[in-house]
Write a new protein. Structure first.
Length: 386
């Protein structure tokens, strides 16, 4: 009406609030503040009033369709919950079906009076919810067709662009409500959610928060002192097979000079375990081999349970994991990463230290097992006496 009378109409933004809200607040006072802010700006920077007509029609259709889709999602979640809590007969009929098929089957369900009261009431709830989903889906489809018709009548070339559909085109027209709505490409990117600056800033802030929390945990106080060493130190060498990598780990275990050394093998394959025990006795390694069965073939869980039984308050346990370092990308891909998984599992145990003993393949030479006629080192002597 005002524009028809020749008056200039602009859209005033939210008025600036005082730093301290001690003054009264009413609609009239807010209107005066908004008018004063508008009078203090150049006329060319004042946004024009939002367009009515086609733009308002697109706006209400978009809002209605968005509400219908949100209601459909809520109804689908309700239907899933009803299926889970339904009696055995309808639940067995609906279990395993895709969502669309479940909706169609539930919409066609009929009451069975011969059943208990729970059964017909659950069937009725399933049927009503499924029909509501179908009605909301039909409403969303009809609104989408109406949006496409309106957009094609306003800017038909917009629908010809790659990646632009009726909803995207309608939202673009609604957001671009008047000339000067976006003063730059950066402002348009920020409104469209494609501006990388806010997301990058949030990511950096989260990383900085994580670093600060980690530094707080790692900080050393001036009053802290080293704890006395534990009287017992035991070493466990995890073995998958008896090869050069395993010999290197066993040799390193002897260099640690612990109270005892144990070679641990988790028997996932019984035949392989028997072959390993036979080869172990043939090579005559002066370290006991302990073979633990894994009936469920869960290697990390069995290792964690076995090592946890060795932990005592006066004992420090060191677990050596041989790692074969393969040369070349395809060699690393073809072999599994069991050592990394074992390190992650054992690292959560108290009084347990995990050490990776690397062995690079294609390296000439190797370790020679200690012959049986040699005098053994101090570690096996203490092991035999303990």
């Amino acid at each position: 009406m005002l524009r028809s009378l020749g008056e200039q109409v602009v859209e005033a933004g939210r008025p600036k609030r005082p730093p301290r809200r001690t003054s009264p607040k009413t609609d009239a006072i807010d209107a005066v503040r908004a008018a004063r802010d508008a009078l203090g700006q150049p006329p060319e920077q004042l946004p024009a009033v939002r367009q009515r007509g086609d733009h308002q029609a697109l706006r209400v259709l978009l809002t209605t369709r968005r509400t219908a889709l949100a209601a459909r999602v809520a109804a689908v979640n309700q239907l899933k919950a009803l299926v889970v809590a339904a009696p055995e007969e309808p639940r067995a009929e609906l279990r395993g079906l895709p969502t669309k098929r479940q909706i169609a089957v539930c919409a066609a369900l009929r009451d069975r009076p011969t059943r208990s009261l729970e059964h017909p009431m659950t069937v009725r709830a399933l049927c009503c919810t499924a029909r509501r989903i179908q009605a909301l889906q039909a409403e969303a489809v009809a609104l989408l067709a109406e949006l496409e018709r309106l957009v094609a009548g306003i800017v038909p070339w917009l629908l010809e662009l790659v990646g632009v559909g009726p909803v995207s085109a309608a939202q673009l027209l609604v957001s671009w409500s008047h000339a000067g709505r976006f003063r730059s490409e950066a402002a348009f990117a920020a409104l469209a959610g494609t501006n990388p600056i806010p997301a990058l800033v949030a990511l950096l802030q989260r990383v900085q928060k994580t670093y600060r929390a980690e530094l707080t945990q790692l900080k050393v106080e001036a009053s802290q002192r080293l704890a006395p060493p534990k009287p017992r130190h035991e070493v466990v060498v995890l073995l998958e097979d008896l090869d050069q990598a395993a010999l290197a780990a066993l040799q390193y275990a002897r260099q640690l000079n612990p109270l005892s050394i144990t070679a641990l093998h988790i028997a996932v394959d019984p035949d392989h375990a028997r072959e390993l025990a036979h080869l172990w006795a043939k090579v005559q390694i002066p370290i006991p081999l302990e073979i633990v069965d894994a009936p469920d073939r869960n290697l990390p869980a069995t290792v964690e349970e076995t090592v946890a039984e060795m932990v005592r308050p006066d004992t420090e346990v060191t677990v050596l994991v041989p790692r074969r370092r393969y040369v070349g990308f395809w060699r690393r891909v073809l072999h599994d990463q069991t050592s990394a998984e074992l390190t992650k599992v054992l690292g959560d145990l108290d009084n347990v230290n995990v050490t990776i003993v690397p062995y690079r393949l294609r390296r000439r030479g190797g370790l020679t097992p200690v012959p049986s006629n040699r005098p053994e080192t101090a570690a096996p002597d203490r092991q035999s006496t303990s």
